[in-house]
Design a binder for this molecule. Structure first.
Ligand SMILES: [Zn+2]
Length: 274
């Protein structure tokens, strides 16, 4: 990362807010409402009050002293489907778009951070992986400047891998938790496209890949739906899940059915990692 890309929000800044006793609680503000006009609670106000008092007002409150901020535990990779790094950044800064990402990487390998790693970016949308039903809450979003119909340049892939290396080490993210948007939102999203070099990433420890030299036929009782589910896929729309699986691992054929070859690949992945 460049020096100029320091995160917007530092943890110590947040901690200072928690110690503050000056701002009134929501109940205090509501009490004042009897006498004065209805107070306008800003987002910062609500955040500050929730931080100090918790959300459940029916419970007693005794402040814990041992805690920190939750770490990201997944990385989700996207392509922007836009035409330039500048256009992507502009999109993420428009009020009405309601989308964002932690990092955007240009075709030339330039990495721009747009959000502190500890904050919840709006990049995954409706999504599921394993039992996690809100990927935005647990993941970092990385957008690659790419229109979805072109290869990813070497400089961009190298910059991505350097960034992934840093994030994996810093937050101890398991290698199986490096995913594509299509993995967690099959049928709804298809990024990153079939041009994305998942095999190369897996060889560097980001994500999984199968052993091409050992593609044995699965046994007759192999349940491929269970295998997809155990890997992490949401199988509620099975056809869409198969397409997402094939887009990542088969690439040359993205039909809705698993061929004999596809089943061998799935069986290999399942045996190898899960
Ligand atoms: Zn996406």
């Amino acid at each position: 990362m460049r020096n100029g890309n320091t995160p917007v929000l530092h943890l110590d800044v947040v901690k200072i807010n928690t110690d503050s006793v000056k701002s009134p609680s929501i109940s205090e503000l509501l009490a004042e409402e009897q006498a004065v006009a209805l107070p306008v609670l800003t987002t910062e106000h609500k955040f500050d009050t929730q931080w100090r008092e918790g959300i459940n007002k029916n419970a007693d409150w005794a402040e814990a002293i041992h805690y920190d901020i939750r770490k990201p535990n997944f990385v989700i990779i996207h392509h922007t489907a836009q035409h330039s790094l500048a256009q992507t950044i502009r999109t993420f800064q428009l009020e009405h778009t309601k989308v964002s990402a932690h990092y955007v990487i240009g075709k030339d390998g330039r990495v721009v951070q747009m959000l502190n790693d500890y904050l919840r970016s709006w990049h995954a949308g409706r999504s599921k992986w394993g039992n996690v039903t809100d990927m935005n809450s647990v993941s970092l979003g990385i957008e690659l400047d790419n229109n979805g119909r072109e290869p990813f340049p070497e400089a961009q892939v190298n910059a991505l891998m350097t960034l992934l290396d840093t994030l994996k080490t810093k937050y101890r993210i398991p290698f199986t938790n490096f995913l594509g948007h299509a993995d967690v939102a099959p049928g709804r999203k298809n990024d990153p496209s079939t041009f994305f070099p998942w095999k190369r990433l897996a060889e560097r420890g980001f994500g999984v890949w199968y052993d091409e030299r050992n593609l044995v036929p699965p046994p007759n009782n192999f349940n491929y739906v269970d295998a997809l589910r155990i890997i992490g896929y949401d199988v509620s729309n099975l056809n869409a899940t198969i397409v997402a699986f094939k887009q990542k691992f088969i690439v040359t054929d993205v039909s809705k059915e698993l061929t004999d070859y596809d089943r061998r690949v799935l069986y290999n992945l399942y045996r190898r990692y899960f």
